[in-house]
Write a protein that binds this ligand. Structure first.
Ligand code: NAD
Ligand code: MG
Length: 310
């Protein structure tokens, strides 16, 4: 049955965003159950299940009729953005790896449940030709494109630089640096003035962890391109902004080779004492996509539980 957005506005949600809620206690805190998955992992196999706003995000037409492509849209921040965008009235295409089909099916159902068009385009972003095809297919199946969320990324922890193979380093660079470059180049000819590009960067861009030598530098690159490209694309009326999460409970973390001890305590060192849930960042993606955010470009918005700098 299609999701009734009007009904949604008046029905109290499970986690009512309007209610006064204590940010320290509304979501799970460590210790977490020991768990690990092979890369890229599935949200549906995590304990506890991440909260992407499935039961809480309520839209109010802020993106009515917009057309969005979100990479890594099957899980984590990408799924949270996909749900929020659809409930705000956008049609949404998601990209993900073929192994993530079970998570992607859930997202397609959630988008369609909001009464919007969902387009699922699996494929590996490390391939330049695929990045071009992804944009073309999204444009064709959505009937245009005006929001690009470059959100997919690869993260594998390594205690020492000596443990990072050239192959692994290359996979991280291809996913996190080359793919956004290829996607943005392919998307620009389709983006009308008023369109928005949003890149997911990280607190790692400014406060890198020793065990994320390769990943952290890709996030510094992302933060940097947000700032340079925003100036370049302002002349076309296209805004470019970044979102910088702190530790968020997503498959990237449980399939990224972190030690069980670290995962058990994940997010516990932040001032709020817990990891964030992907749904807690959904509103930031909406703000940066909608025309209400029309004067924001070249900015990086943080949500880090009190950690670091965006
Ligand atoms: P996630 O695992 O849910 O999302 C990452 C997604 O990247 C995967 O779902 C997968 O679809 C996609 N991906 C990876 N390699 C790919 C490839 N070669 N081709 C196509 N898709 C590929 O985890 P997440 O934490 O939501 O990650 C989303 C973004 O958030 C990433 O950019 C990540 O760097 C960033 N981030 C995450 C955290 C965190 O603590 N979880 C913190 C800071 C930044
Ligand atoms: Mg995933």
């Amino acid at each position: 049955m299609p999701h009734d957005a009007t009904n949604d506005l008046i029905r109290p949600a499970k986690h009512d965003a309007a209610a006064l809620r204590d940010p320290r206690t509304i979501f799970p805190a460590p210790p977490f159950e020991k768990q690990s998955q092979p890369w890229p992992g599935l949200a549906r196999d995590m304990t506890p299940k991440p909260d992407h706003g499935e039961d809480s995000y309520r839209g109010s037409g802020r993106l009515l009729g917009r057309k969005a492509l979100i990479t890594g849209g099957d899980s984590g921040m990408g799924r949270a953005a996909a749900i929020a965008f659809a409930r705000e009235g956008a049609d949404v295409a998601i990209n993900y790896l073929p192994d993530e089909e079970p998570d992607a099916r859930e997202v397609v159902a959630l988008i369609e449940g909001s009464g919007r068009t969902a387009v699922a385009i699996p494929g590996d972003l490390r391939d330049e030709a695929f990045c071009g095809r992804l944009v073309e297919q999204a444009v064709e199946q959505l009937g245009g494109l005006d929001i690009l969320v470059s959100n997919a990324a690869r993260q594998q922890t390594a205690e020492s630089i000596l443990d990072i193979t050239t192959e692994s380093f290359d996979a991280t660079m291809k996913t996190n640096i080359y793919a956004p470059f290829w996607l943005i180049k392919a998307a620009i000819p389709h983006l009308q003035p008023g369109s928005a590009i949003i890149a997911t960067t990280s607190e790692q861009a400014t406060v890198p962890s020793p065990e994320l030598y390769d990943y952290a530098q890709t996030k510094a690159a992302t933060t940097s391109f947000v700032r340079s490209l925003a100036q370049q694309l302002a002349g076309r009326g296209i805004r470019v902004n970044g979102v910088a999460p702190g530790p968020i409970w997503t498959p990237l973390q449980v399939s990224g080779g972190a030690t069980m001890e670290k995962l058990e305590q994940f997010g516990g060192q932040t001032p709020l004492g817990r990891p964030g849930q992907p749904g807690e960042l959904a509103g930031i993606y909406v703000l940066l996509a909608e025309s209400g955010g029309s004067y924001a470009t070249g900015q990086v918005y943080g949500a880090m539980g009190g950690n670091g700098l965006p």
